[in-house]
Design a protein. Sequence first.
Length: 264
Amino acid sequence: MDSFRHFRVGFSAQQIRLHTVKYSLASTQMEIKGFIDISFSDWDSRVSSVIFLPKCNFRCPFCYNKNLVLESDTMPTIAYDRIKEYLETNKKWIDGVVITGGEPTNHEDLPSLCSDLKRIGFSVKLDTNGTNPAMIRKLTEDNMADYVALDLKAPLTEEEYSKACGVSAAGFLDRIREAIQILLWGNVDYEFRTTVVPTLHQAEDVERICQAVKGCRKYALQNYKSDVETIDPRFQDLKPFSTAEMEAFFQAAKKIVPHTILRG
Ligand code: SF4
């Protein structure tokens, strides 16, 4: 892994470091654009490595992953073989691999990646925006994912979701509803989660999101982080919610989903 170097990009979870190789080593079909060797924050209670896949069908204005979503063609591709070599060498330290993005489920070769990670002995967590229920069904039913985190951006109305995801949500809402049902009724562990963003969310919105996943095993709320480059530059300098405001979101969610957690 000594040939890996760090660079920073914005992205949608807590981490802000990605690794890439000094030069492109692309040798597989899978376009991997970022890799974190060790993370303690991407999978609760687990030490994980994180693989970033590019592109997304959403344009959430608050997205921290601007480069990965909009400019991934300019980013070097990391050869999966190098990542695999690192994972196999460091197997004793790493509990699982998180696949995130961008939106991973839009990559047709995602099942091959998951299968290979499982084959070499790693648990797999998938981060998704829920817009590809067929892929989520395949991965969960065929035992290729051990945990799914589905981001819910807003209450499931066309107007509200479109505002939060930055594109027309009309064609996506039924797919997201289907993905929710797959997780609610499936056998794979999961969480639903929402990043609450000033100007987009109020406590009442969180309540309505929770109504859509009532009965779920886990719902996570995370506060928006400022000072990271966002898809819509107007979101970059927004002040995150205060502790008291986050507590209000938490209480609103907990009324409907008892297993709500505050993260970050
Ligand atoms: S779903 Fe939204 S926040 Fe997540 S990668 Fe896509 S644009 Fe960014």
